[in-house]
Design a protein around this ligand. Structure first.
Ligand SMILES: [Zn+2]
Length: 146
């Protein structure tokens, strides 16, 4: 799958976010090593601390669809609900999501590419999870990326 198609999947997921409190809509699309896609969006809750980020939502779907051990890359698109034109700058995963992506990298025994985008998916920054979260916490000392 092309990067543009992966980012488009994240953009479509973003529009299905449930974020009535922050109005900050985020979508994520995880791609497997064989090109399968699992998407997620942030899901807020009136009890704020129960909200779930888009990245972890997508990784949950990925685990069910093709397994965390097969995640090759993840695209993230975000911005205010009304911002579809972009220009807000690329967003990057929060610390907790970096740890969640590192967990998948540990299962995959490979680094994971992280494509960070603005709301339009046009401004992009490219990282790996090892770059975004060096020396991540892991219970598996042999896990790559973790
Ligand atoms: Zn997060």
């Amino acid at each position: 799958m092309s990067e543009d198609a992966l980012v488009a999947a994240a953009k479509a997921a973003r529009m299905r976010a449930h974020a009535p409190y922050s109005q900050f809509y985020v979508g994520a699309a995880a791609e497997s090593t064989s090109g399968e896609i699992a998407v997620g969006a942030n899901m807020e809750n009136a009890c704020y601390r129960l909200g779930v980020c888009a990245e972890q939502s997508a990784l949950t779907a990925a685990q069910q669809a093709f397994g965390l051990e097969n995640v090759a890359r993840i695209a993230i698109v975000g911005g205010h609900r009304t911002d579809t034109a972009g220009g807000n700058g690329a967003i990057t995963p929060c610390g907790g999501c970096r740890q969640a992506i590192a967990e998948a990298a540990g299962r995959a025994k490979a680094d994971i590419a992280v494509i960070c985008c603005d709301a339009a998916g046009e401004a992009r920054e490219h990282y790996t999870i090892a770059e975004l979260l060096p020396a991540s916490f892991s219970l598996d000392p042999d896990a790559a990326g973790g």
